[in-house]
Design a protein around this ligand. Sequence first.
Ligand code: F6R
Length: 599
Amino acid sequence: MCGIIGYIGIEECYPIIMDGLRKMEYRGYDSYGIAVCENHKIELRKHVGKISEDGSKSIPGKMGIGHTRWATHGNVTEKNAHPHFDNKKDIAIVHNGIIENFSWLKKMLEKHGHKFRSDTDSEVIAHLIETYYKGDLEKAVYKAVGLLEGTYGILAIQMSEEKIVAARNGSPVVIGVSESGNIIASDVSAIVQKTKDIIYLKDGQMASVTKDNVRIMGRTFRKIENEIEKIEWDIKEIEKKGFKHFMLKEIMEQPESLQNTMLGRIKNDSIKLSTGLSKDFLQNMRRVVITACGTSWHAAIVGKYLIEKMCNIPVEVDYASEFRYRDPLIGKDDLVIVISQSGETADTLAALHEAKKKGVKTLGIVNVVGSTIARESENGIYIHAGPEIGVASTKAFTSQIISLILLALSINQELGKNVDEELLKSLKSIPEKISSVLETSAGIRNVAEYFYNHPNALYLGRGINFPVALEGALKLKEISYIHAEGYPAAEMKHGPIALVDEKMPVVFIANKNGESYKKIMSNMQEIKARNGVIITIATEGDEEIKKISDHVIYVPKCREELMPIINTIPLQLLAYHIADLKGLDPDKPKNLAKSVTVE
Ligand code: F6R
């Protein structure tokens, strides 16, 4: 959730670290700080607020560490911002993660005379390193992390040593190697400005990084080699390209991101998706269990509808945070699919570990290449949506759905069933259809103008569009702070209808070609009878729907399997325009962070 970065090299570190922090601000943006070491002295600077608004002068020096915070322990204050010093101010650290045994460690350290300056869990790390420091930072960090319980990505510097020591357990740490120096960060986006040669640190590993060398150490402190990997990111991918917000840019680039998800995977009317799942396994597969969090969990529910209908295999969907703790009944004939944009979500990663512990086959559907979930899943599909910087997930969701459709098609193909050629054709036409929906953005802004000063909203859909209703409501609440609920349309009668009156906007997803069109029309009548204001996502050419709707947003007709993708686009735009009209920054909604690496 927090972003950490360090640089050591032949260049001034301040601009490199600040630029990296700006790139990682989506990970956490309540406060930030930087520590620079020069002439055996560490200068520390901390601020509350956004890095983009920073106007402070740079600090000279060629080695430093920085941090952008998403508060877990302690309020958003300058004293709680990282980096944190030890007692003597010789050692500075930044930390991403949660130290679960910090109160016990703090008490123990206080008994030995350590004075704490913050309310954070992280500060204990600096004091522990100090306790063990006998002129060798690597050894001191190694001993200190041996006492930590919880998750961490840590960077530490000491005023007399020309190195940054990194340690990782459950929170990402990547090292960018270049001739002008080395960068260590929690996120590739902070590194790609300098180099595309990356070393991924694994859990339990440490690294000692100097200006011209990287030494990796394993759990026993012995030197080991991790490969240098080339990443294919382009710095332009993480820039706004003239759009007001990353979220809008990411919504608008969906024709391209969906194309990339399918690239090379549909050839001559067959599916070329290498999942790693063998025919033998698929023939005996009893059940699929999909687990994820947030928007990825909504994609999982779409996946349930898709796989059950297309492959005739039962699918269960579970929140990763529930799955991991409930001792799930899964066995060797089951497939556990984990879906994650970031590939770092703590609960989803723990769910993956739980499945692996039980000896069950796993498959990750992940966006961020090289992320922990991608590396630890036995089998996998990259969705190739490209970097998603806006905190609210948009293009990743639609690419996750396409990936699930490709997976279902490839399972059928592997099992010798006829490939649904008509669906393949529709898949190929989806980028074009999305482009036409995006062109209606101005009309959607008009609907937003009606909507934006309402305090509540309901989103209703049926069947495969029920998770779309959930996703529409989540998008709205997280970036516009309007309270919104998504429901299966028929469930509305069992409670939520009590809330409906002339002040309640109700968004219906009611495609004419859908199986449940007639039923949803009846639900719309029920809302109208209670004076609710109806906004409908409808199929082009459906004139009938205008009679009952107060506002209609049309989307093109296509196969039902693809409707969740088509229908989600206007809901993303609606949420975006509402947030923008309210003067809010949809890229940095309050209390949220992009990558939820704490439980
Ligand atoms: C909502 C959103 C979150 C994430 C959730 C899982 O817009 O972005 O709900 O979907 O935190 O994140 P990933 O997919 O990275 O595991």
